[in-house]
Design a protein around this ligand. Sequence first.
Ligand code: PMP
Length: 406
Amino acid sequence: MLFDVERVRKDFPILNQRVHGNPLVYLDNAATSQKPRVVLEAMKRYYETVNSNVHRGVHYLSEQATADYEHARTKVQRFINAPHVHEVVFVRGTTEGINLVAQSYGRKNVEKGDEVLISGLEHHSNIVPWQILCDEKGARLRIVPINDSGEIVLEEYEKLLNNKTKIVSLGHVSNALGTVNPIKRMIATAHRFGIPVLIDGAQGVPHMKVDVQDLNADFYVFSGHKMFGPTGIGILYGKTEFLDAMPPFQGGGDMIKSVTFEKTVYNDLPYKFEAGTPNIEGAIGMGAAIDYLHEFDWNSVSAYEADLLSYATDSVSVVKKLRLVGTAAEKAGVLSFVIDGVHPHDVGTILDREGIAIRTGHHCAQPVMQRFGVPATARASFAFYNMKSEVDTLVKALYKVNEVFG
Ligand code: PMP
């Protein structure tokens, strides 16, 4: 079945507007994606008809809210093919999911002299939580280098794994460069050493079908707002054997079975990790986003996105003085570039006047910028509702940048 982008765009009300007098061209999807009407409606319906706290009341609304919240969890379970629904923990987003694992699994298992292994491609969210842990424990954060195309150097990865490595934490897809990492293979390699692996899937789930069993990931985290759902909600998937053995991350309501001043008995999974009133409407909105994504044939979505990215790569390459940053063989959704002699912020500002939204800066990946010797890049990032005609608008505006900066 062919992917019908015009039809898909009708599902996203925000796309149909003008910015500075021009049709909006939204190319900042790696920062956050837009939301289809069904997601917005599901959240509105929740507040208009169901709003109540979960897991607490015996009254009708509370039971309904609990059922909807738990139903959303089941949708996530199916979405990533998690073996058990209790392995799906609702968190605020990718950042909170990684912090949870660093603070809970990490604090329990990482000792002085141990090592935590990440790559040189990571988002700050997959660097700083591990730095905090390593600082606290006297452990060492080790970094797998990347090559000039922005790919992880696999031989170096293998060399860095050893019996001091307590966890490996890797991005699925780089938000700064778009590199798709060979995570299945990298997970298998770490497992040969008996080391668990966390995957930061923030940029994975919006672009590809993720199956945590096929990947054999021990933890997989992602954010609702980058996969056409709302902000403030995300998922930590973890294998039961790990989650069960981990201490709670935060204390409070819902994460306990019983409390006395002498002793607290923690709740079962996943509630042990869900202290306090959760983001109920966020979970419901995320469930609606998953229902929406289920309507698509992901083979045609992937083919459409790959074709769009390749078209965009070819199209921008003819712009004078433009240099792509990140030219990995496997990429998804991201085109990062610099134009010699022009600060990326100026590129962003000129594009904005044309109605084009891109991101400029370090993309919360400063070490990646350092690796490529640039302070910042301009980044156009795509979702399946973007079109080749929008790429043409982008290229025209980039010509304008060169005219302005002569
Ligand atoms: N990891 C990656 C690869 C990301 O792209 C992002 C968001 N830019 C994050 C982590 C953090 O996600 P969030 O801000 O939703 O917690």
